[in-house]
Design a binder for this molecule. Sequence first.
Ligand SMILES: [Zn+2]
Length: 256
Amino acid sequence: MIAGKRIKLAAMVSSMLFAGMSWAGAAPGASMDPVPCETQTSRACQDIKTPQAVLARLQAGNKRFVKGTTLQRDLQKQSKKTAPGQFPLASVVSCFDSRIPPEIVFDQGIGDIFIARNAGNVITDDVLGSLEFGSKAAGAKLIVVMGHTDCGAIKGACDNVELGNLTGLLAKIKPAISKIPDDGKGRSSKNPAFVDMVGEQNVRLGVQTIRDKSPILKEMEDKGQIMIVGAMYDLKTGKVSFYDLPDSVSAKPKKI
Ligand SMILES: [Zn+2]
């Protein structure tokens, strides 16, 4: 990175994240904050976590969500504590669907994760830019592209729905449709299995798009600084299934 770009990036980070603090600075007293990482992120908390540990944290949070044992959080208190700066652990790209708020299904609090959402969790250039900011500038160590079962956007793409500006967004899902072989039961929204296969393929292509179109994030992944993973959320169970995880990740979620 050339010096000019570095200065520009630092200036942006300073204005967007730290509101008057320096890049290396922290909120007064932040380093002494005794609030545990489980409920509140901090620079110290972000620094000690590996991408694998962040994934395990989200897996554990989703497990609590499914079991109905989510943590009690004082959101007002978290809001005030995160006002001076943010130290998110992960970025999640998810669908616009109202039933999948990532903070809730991963049982995370204010300041814990970045979220980028659109119909069909499509990796647009603007989403890519947001992800680059999230990891390169703000330190998020995990990127999750999360689709879901019975997705309306996927159904719309399968059915060639046209509606104003939505038409262009749904067109970006069509490469996933063309990769799914015909199962003889139709290639429209009337075939739920086909819809979910397209949804999963759309996630896989999203993960690949990040690697292909963002040299910044690809390099961070290659160096082990971040992980980029795909996931599907099951509307009926609330469970998030991750897939194509690197060998470095334990198959069994750990409690973090
Ligand atoms: Zn959806």
